[in-house]
Structures are given as structure tokens and as C-alpha cells.
Design a protein around this ligand. Sequence first.
Ligand SMILES: C[S@@+](CC[C@H](N)C(=O)[O-])C[C@H]1O[C@@H](n2cnc3c(N)ncnc32)[C@H](O)[C@@H]1O
Length: 322
Amino acid sequence: MQRNLNVKADRPSPEREFEASVLHGLSRRPRAIPAKFLYDAQGSALFDAICELPEYYLTRTEISILRECAPQIAALAGPARQLIEFGSGSSVKTRLLLDSMEKVSAYVPIDISGEHLEATCRRLRGDYPSLTVVPVCADYMELQDLPWVPGTGAPSRLGFFPGSTIGNLEPADARAFLQKARQLLGDEGALVLGADLKKDPGMLHAAYNDSAGVTAAFSLNLLRRMNRELNANFDIDGFEHEAFYNGGAGRIEIYIRSLRPQTVAVAGQRFFFDAGERVHTEYSYKYDLGDIDSLAAQGGFARVRTWTDPDRLFSVHYLVAA
Ligand SMILES: C[S@@+](CC[C@H](N)C(=O)[O-])C[C@H]1O[C@@H](n2cnc3c(N)ncnc32)[C@H](O)[C@@H]1O
């Protein structure tokens, strides 16, 4: 597996980057740690569990849309494409495209969560023995180019960015991501984008505050990860998960909240948390079609097709390089 090979040479190692981002994020006000650090092996497994929750309509709705529209996506894309997935996770939705597309020349899953990516690729190679799978463990925002795939000529690339992962990016970063994808996919490139739609705030609130507490465990795993990797001493019971819909900004906001005054050591530094003090960990922006059009245009794409479910909960878009 390629690890950080296609990122700038002066990037710090993933371990150093995690430590530096945490120390910076806990020192600044308001406190914030980038969402990508939620995904270590445990975080990825917990995200898979979230996808199974009754309240988390996003995954099952996107899968139902993809089941319907995968043949149309395959027809739009044409044969012999390289399929490039950004934030591939367990590559579950990918299988719907692989089963519909003609002669995929290679599948390139990109994910920051290395162990999980390796396990996913082992399963995929078992189930699709003739598929060339070229995993890249990297931050997709930092990628300079895509790997060369042996035995292929000039690649025609189809990008795949499902899961409304784009919603985790603030507008400027979402724009930068699309510009990066446009550059990586090339002039003949296209991108299949899954985006969650604006809807009843009650339904959104339930999706990020499930009754089984799996989303809370996913959030609080960030504290456990700091304990494991940064020699931190967070008392997990001293913190709680907080998620709510900010209608003005059109986004779910997620925080880890201190339940009492406490001091925590992280990587040799000490941080005081007041009762009620929060660390921001994640946004999940919600869109309407106008938002998608302007984001696509800013990223160098044009929207040519959109599919939604009958209740218009979720959307899948086919964007082409403009
Ligand atoms: C919301 S999950 C979606 C997973 C899968 N695509 C799906 O639709 O079910 C986001 C995925 O993106 C990965 N990820 C998050 N930020 C990333 C980044 N900056 N670079 C690479 N992968 C990232 C996570 O490890 C995780 O697998």
C-alpha cells in the first residue's frame, strides 16, 4: 500500500501531524481538532457501526439511490475508467459501481485510516479477483498526484466521494477539495458526489444523537486515541458528546464537552478544561441543489445529473470537469 507517497515531501509523518494538530487545537480558542483524526482503526470500525443505526438514514438512503442509478452512472462514465475513491472507508457503496461499470481498469481507494484500508482491500481483492486495487493511505487534501497503475495507458478517471464526507469540510475546504479532485481526475474526469440534503432539524438531531450511543462513542474515541497515541490521560467519563443542528449555518456541529473542571496531560503538556468547555471535532454541512451547483462551479465542475430518494433526504450527483 502506498503511504503518503504522493504527498509533499516536507509533510510531517502522520504521527507527528496528529500530535502537532492536537497541541495546536487544544491551545487555541475556541478549541478544535480536525475531523480527519476521528478515523483511526477504532474510529473507522465505529463509523461502520454508525452506518447500521436506525437513526442514521444517510447510509441506507445513499445505498438505495446508488442501487437505482449505478447503471446510469456506468453509462455516463463509459468503459475502462479508473475508479478513484476519496475517503473510501469500507468501500461498501463502491461495490455497486464496480458491479455496474464496464471493465474498471483499476480501483484506487484513498483513505487516511491505514489499517482499515488494508483490511478493506483484502476483502475486495477476494471478492473481485480480476480487479487491480491500488490503495493510497494519505490525506486526500494533500495529494499531489495519483499512483501510476502498471499495465494501463493514459487513464480516464471517475472519482467517487460518497457518504456526504464533503459535508465535513467547511465551505473553503470543500471548494479546495473539489479543485484538488478536478486536478487529480484530469480534463476527461468526472466525479460522483454523495451529499446530504437540508431537512427537518429533528431528523438531523436524531441521526447524530442515536439512542444506542454509538455516535457518542465515535466522538469520544478521539480522547481514547489521544490516550493511546499521545500519552494523554483523559478520563473518558469526564466528557460527553454534543451534537446539534445550526440552522443559520446549515450544518450539524459536533463537540466533546467537559463535564467538570479538570486538567489533562497530552504529549507532555497540561490543559485545563472548565465545566462545560468544548472541543469542536466535526461539522456536517447539509445542502440544497443550489449549494451543490455553486460548490461544483467553484471547484471546476458542472453538475450533469442528480438522483435523490423519494423523500429527498439524500442526493447523488454526476459532475464533469468544466
Ligand atoms: C464519513 S466516512 C465515509 C466512508 C465511506 N466513503 C462511506 O460512504 O461510507 C469518511 C471516510 O473518509 C476518511 N477520511 C476523512 N478525512 C480524510 C482525509 N482528509 N483524507 C483521507 N481520508 C479521509 C475516513 O477515514 C473515512 O473512511
